[in-house]
Write a protein that binds this ligand. Structure first.
Ligand code: FMN
Length: 212
């Protein structure tokens, strides 16, 4: 944004100064609720970074489908590049940017697979077409033509014509268990507010304010 264009400070929406938060999860929940009201498209979109076997980073958007004090959950194809990278190095970093609110959240930590029951429960909430799409997509593999994909979709639509569509065995979720979560709020003249929470070995959070 320009240095001269005054903006409303979105922190008013939280009814207080977010830098006074004592732990990250309630603050994240409050910001996410505001983002769902404020962002017209995909307030749940986050960039997730992994590394390949040579240490080269890779980053892509995924949707944040659940979060709680255990971590941030997204779902994907277990044959995808990201799944292979997480197999080799089960750690990740994520960034969410809510443009309308001029807020960024960053987190990083270990990654674990969600339970089969958790993945089943989420898969069951997806639209039927999205469920069939999960079966039909060999995510990140070379696709010869759009027609080949549509053919696979037609085949799975026929296969699962009756009853519920089961979760594919090659489709599940990952939980990023953060050791650090940072909250960043844009302020006028780029004099932004930043706080980072770091988790101790006993699970308690310490908070540090950072220069912007
Ligand atoms: C807004 C947005 C949301 C996305 N959500 C997901 C998602 O939840 N899961 C997923 O596997 N891919 C999602 N994608 C696609 C990924 O960005 C990526 O193209 C795909 O997962 C393959 O990544 P990989 O080859 O690194 O595994 C999304 C893309 C965008 C732009």
């Amino acid at each position: 944004m320009s240095d001269t264009a005054p903006i409303e400070h979105p922190t008013r929406l939280t009814g207080g100064d977010f830098t006074e938060a004592a732990e990250p999860w309630r603050l994240f929940a409050a910001w996410f609720e505001e983002a769902k009201r404020a962002e017209p498209v995909n307030p749940d979109a986050m960039a997730v970074a992994t590394v390949d076997g040579s240490g080269l980073p890779n980053v892509r958007m995924v949707l944040l489908k659940a979060f709680d004090e255990h971590g941030f959950v997204f779902y994907t194809n277990l044959g995808s590049v990201k799944a292979a990278e997480l197999e080799g190095a089960p750690q990740a970093a994520l960034t969410i940017y809510w443009k309308t609110l001029q807020r960024q959240v960053r987190a990083r930590g270990a990654v674990e697979a969600v339970s089969a029951a958790e993945a089943d429960a989420y898969f069951a909430t997806r639209s039927r077409m999205a469920q069939i799409g999960a079966w039909a997509s060999k995510q990140s593999a070379a696709l010869e033509s759009r027609m080949a994909f549509e053919k696979a979709i037609a085949q799975y639509t026929a296969k699962f014509a009756l009853g519920a569509v089961p979760r594919p065995p090659f489709w599940s979720g990952f939980r990023i268990v953060p050791a650090e979560i940072e909250f960043w709020q844009e302020r006028l003249f780029r004099l932004h507010d930043r706080i980072v929470f770091r988790r101790s070995a006993t699970g308690t959070w310490s908070k540090t304010r950072l220069y912007p």
